[in-house]
Ligand binder design. Structure first.
Ligand code: HEC
Length: 107
């Protein structure tokens, strides 16, 4: 089921941002780690080799990073869409790029 959701997200990402994607792969992974620690670590485990999130429903970032189909584009869509129990999480585009760059280091 999770996988289906990811696929749908990936497809939505394609439809939404085809063309705008190519130049966006340039986030700052170090800054992404800082943002993750500040905002996301409350629920997600954000480091490599840390398989348990504080919020049991929140997937560890390493797992997110390794999910097939969780491309930068799909992540971008996921991070723009408020998800369950993550109300009011609004990230700037640059912050999203940084988090994506950080996630990329967890693969
Ligand atoms: C208040 C708790 C909480 C915080 C804070 C939080 N998350 Fe989540 N997150 C969750 C839960 C619970 C799930 C799984 C359920 C869902 O997807 O709605 C999740 C799922 C995800 C997923 C999986 C994709 C998806 O949409 O299903 C990603 C990626 C993600 N979070 C990224 C982040 C990032 C990046 C941050 C920080 C900027 C963050 N989360 C902060 C609780 C949280």
């Amino acid at each position: 089921m999770m996988r289906t959701a990811m696929t749908v997200l990936a497809a939505a990402g394609l439809a939404l941002s085809a063309g705008a994607v190519i130049a966006q792969d340039m986030g700052d992974a170090k800054h992404g780690r800082v943002i993750a620690e500040t905002i996301c670590a409350e629920c997600h485990s954000i480091d490599k080799g840390a398989p348990r999130s504080r919020n049991g429903n929140a997937p560890p970032f390493e797992a997110v990073a390794k999910t097939r189909g969780m491309t930068p584009m799909a992540l971008r869509v996921a991070l723009r869409t408020p998800h369950q129990k993550m109300p009011n999480l609004v990230l700037k585009n640059a912050e999203i790029d940084d988090i994506i760059a950080y996630m990329d280091t967890l693969k």
